[in-house]
Design a protein around this ligand. Structure first.
Ligand SMILES: [Zn+2]
Length: 568
C-alpha cells in the first residue's frame, strides 16, 4: 500500500469546529496529518504519492446510516435488468432487453427487471390507453418466466409463463387489497398485478437468489457505493428473519457473504448490520427470548470493516399503506394505524414492544426501531427510557424513521442521548404524495430537522435504498431546501438546516450512531482514512445544484477504491 498525500484542496474536515484545511496525508489505513501543504510536508515520505487536488473539495467518506444494501444490489444489474428511465425509453426497449437476457438464461430461469415507469415509455405516452401486458413479453421469452417491478414497487408486470408458474388464470379471485388488471372484454389477466396482496400471487413462486447470485449483487453494490463516495453503511435488517423473503437478501447468508469478502480482502465498504429475527421479519418477544441469549455476541462484535450494529424491530408500518401508528386519524378516514407487534390492544402491543427493547438491551444490543407514526415513536422512546433507566449502558438506541415525532419526544431524545434516524431524500421524493396521505399540516412538519438539532439530538441520515436511489447529495439538498422533487413545493421552510449541518448527518453523526466517532466520520489525525473528493464545492454551489455533484475519487482505509480518472 502506497501512502497518499492530497495537496491544494479544500478539505472539509468535519472536526468539531468544521475546519477547512488545504492538505492531508495518509499513513497506512489512517490519517497521518491535516493542515496546509507546508504543515503536512514532514509527514510525507519518499514513497508517498502526492495528488494535486487543484482546489477540489474533499469530504470524509459518506455514511449511509439506514440502507438495505444487499437488497439494493439485487434490484440492479447484473442480477436484475434495469428497465427504468433512462436505461429504457419504450416498451420496445424493455422487450429487447428481456430478449437479450432470455438468450443466455437457462430454461425455466426467472428473468427479473426493476424500475419501469409508464410515464417514460414512448408507447404509453403517445396513447394513454396503452399499458404494458404479458403479450408484449411472451414472444421473446416463451420458456422463461419474466417479472418486471414498477419503479414504485407497487406493481409487477409478468409474462404468461410467470402466470402459469404461479397457477394464475382468469378464474383466480382478486385478493383483498390488491388488483389483478384484466382485459375488459375477456376478463383475462393482462399480466399486471397491483399492490402487495396481488403481487404476492406471483412473488410467492419466485425463487430466492442462490449464494453465488447474492454475492454478485453484493459485490456490484459495493462498487456502486464506493463510486458514490460512500464508505460506511448500516444494513437495516439482516438475519434469520429475512431468509424467506425479498429473495433472501435480508437473510443470514448475506452476513456470511460480507464475512467472506472481508476474509478475501475485498470488502471496501464498512458494514454494520441490525439483526432481523422472526418469521418474515415480524419478530416477537418469543423470538428474542429464543435467539438473543444464545448468540453470545453483542453490539460492536466484529471489526472496523464488519460489525454487529444491533437488533431491528418493526414497530409500525408506513404512511403509504396507512399502517404507521399516528396521533390522529388519516385524512381519508382509514383510522390511525397501529403497532405491528402481536397483542390484542394498543396497550398490549405497546407493552410487548417495550419488553422486547428491554430484553435486547439487557443482552448488550443497540436497538434500531422502525417507527414512523408519532405514537409508535413515543412507545419506542418510552422503551429506550425504561431500558436505560433499569440498566444504564448508553447503548444509543435509535428510531430509524423519526418522520412524525412530537416536540416533547424530540426533547427527550436530546436529553437522554437517543438517536433519531432521518431520510431527507424520502421527504424530497414523496413530499407531494405525503401532502395527500397525512394532510399538509403533518407533511409540513415531517422530519423537523431544525427543531431536532436545536434540541441537541444526534441525527444520522440514510437513504433506505432501494426505496429510493442512495443519493446523499439529493438528501443534503432536501435537508437544506425542503422542496419536493416533482413540483418544487416547499414544506416546512423553518425546518431547513445548513449544508454543514447536513454534511454532519451523513458523516460524523452516522459514526456516532455506530459508537465509532472516535475512529471515523471526520478527517482528523489518527482516524481511519475514509474520504471522498467531489467535482464541485458543496459549501458554495447554488443549493439546487447539490444533487448533481459527482464523486471523482473515493478512499477507504487508505486505499483508492474508486477513481473517475479526473484528477490523477
Ligand atoms: Zn428500511
Amino acid at each position: 500500500m502506497t501512502d497518499l498525500a492530497f495537496i491544494n484542496g479544500k478539505i472539509v474536515t468535519v472536526d468539531k469546529k468544521f475546519s477547512i484545511a488545504q492538505a492531508v496525508v495518509i499513513k497506512g489505513d489512517k490519517i497521518g496529518a491535516v493542515g496546509t501543504n507546508e504543515d503536512i510536508k514532514p509527514y510525507a515520505g519518499t514513497g508517498t504519492e502526492v495528488i494535486d487536488l487543484k482546489g477540489r473539495t474533499m469530504l470524509p467518506g459518506i455514511n449511509d446510516a439506514h440502507i438495505h444494501a444487499a437488497l439494493y444490489g439485487g434490484t440492479r444489474p447484473p442480477l436484475t435488468l434495469d428497465v427504468g428511465y433512462p436505461a429504457v425509453k419504450s416498451i420496445g426497449d424493455i422487450v429487447k432487453a428481456v430478449e437479450e437476457k432470455a438468450k443466455t438464461a437457462k430454461p425455466g430461469e426467472w428473468i427479473r427487471g426493476m424500475g419501469w415507469d409508464e410515464g417514460y415509455l414512448e408507447e404509453c405516452v403517445k396513447d394513454p390507453a396503452r399499458y404494458p401486458t404479458r403479450h408484449d413479453l411472451d414472444a421473446v421469452s416463451p420458456d422463461n418466466p419474466v417479472m418486471l417491478g414498477h419503479y414504485t414497487q407497487h406493481e409487477v408486470w409478468v409474462n404468461s409463463r410467470a402466470m402459469e408458474a404461479a397457477g394464475i388464470t382468469r378464474d383466480t379471485p382478486t385478493p383483498e387489497g390488491g388488483v389483478i388488471v384484466r382485459d375488459p372484454a375477456t376478463g383475462e389477466p393482462t399480466g399486471v398485478f397491483s399492490e402487495f396482496p396481488a403481487q404476492a400471487l406471483v412473488m410467492k413462486v419466485v425463487p430466492s437468489w442462490n449464494k453465488e447470485e447474492k454475492r454478485q449483487g453484493i459485490e456490484a453494490m459495493i462498487r456502486e457505493m464506493n463510486s458514490l463516495g460512500i464508505t460506511s453503511i448500516t444494513e437495516g435488517a439482516l438475519g434469520s428473519g429475512g431468509d424467506e423473503f425479498q429473495g433472501g437478501l435480508f437473510g443470514s447468508e448475506c452476513i456470511g457473504i460480507y464475512s467472506d469478502l472481508l476474509n478475501e480482502g475485498k470488502l471496501t465498504l464498512r458494514v454494520g448490520w441490525l439483526y432481523l429475527f422472526g418469521e418474515y421479519g415480524a419478530c416477537t418477544f418469543e423470538d428474542f427470548r429464543e435467539i438473543i441469549p444464545q448468540l453470545g455476541i453483542r453490539t460492536g462484535f466484529g471489526n472496523e470493516w464488519l460489525r454487529v450494529a444491533g437488533v431491528k424491530i418493526f414497530a409500525d408500518g408506513t404512511p403509504m399503506t396507512k399502517t404507521a401508528w399516528m396521533h390522529d386519524d388519516y385524512p381519508d378516514g382509514s383510522g390511525r394505524g397501529s403497532l405491528v407487534i402481536p397483542g390484542n390492544s394498543d396497550e398490549e402491543r405497546r407493552n410487548e414492544l417495550i419488553k422486547m427493547i428491554c430484553f435486547a438491551h439487557k443482552y448488550g444490543f443497540q436497538v434500531g426501531v422502525h417507527a414512523i407514526g408519532g405514537l409508535a415513536i413515543e412507545a419506542t422512546i418510552d422503551g429506550f427510557l425504561r431500558a436505560e433507566k433499569e440498566d444504564p449502558q448508553g447503548l444509543r438506541h435509535y428510531v430509524l424513521h423519526s418522520d412524525f415525532i412530537s416536540d416533547k419526544y424530540i426533547k427527550i431524545a436530546g436529553k437522554h442521548g437517543f438517536g433519531l434516524g432521518v431520510q431527507p431524500i424520502l421527504k424530497w421524493t414523496f413530499s407531494d404524495s405525503m401532502d395527500k396521505l397525512v394532510g399538509i399540516e403533518l407533511s409540513t412538519r415531517q422530519f423537523p430537522l431544525r427543531r431536532m438539532l436545536d434540541a441537541g439530538v444526534h441525527l444520522a441520515a440514510g437513504s433506505d435504498a432501494p426505496v429510493v436511489y442512495p443519493s446523499w447529495q439529493a438528501g443534503i439538498q432536501a435537508a437544506v431546501l425542503r422542496e419536493s422533487k416533482a413540483t418544487g413545493t416547499v414544506r416546512g421552510p423553518d425546518q431547513r438546516i445548513t449544508v454543514a449541518e447536513a454534511i454532519r448527518m451523513y458523516t460524523i453523526e452516522g459514526a456516532w450512531q455506530d459508537h465509532a466517532e472516535q475512529y471515523k466520520g471526520s478527517i482528523e489525525p489518527g482516524k481511519l482514512a475514509d474520504l471522498c473528493i467531489l467535482d464541485r464545492d458543496i459549501l458554495n454551489v447554488e443549493p439546487h445544484e447539490i444533487k448533481d455533484i459527482k464523486t471523482v475519487m473515493t478512499v477507504a482505509g487508505g486505499n483508492i477504491v474508486y477513481d473517475a480518472g479526473e484528477i490523477k
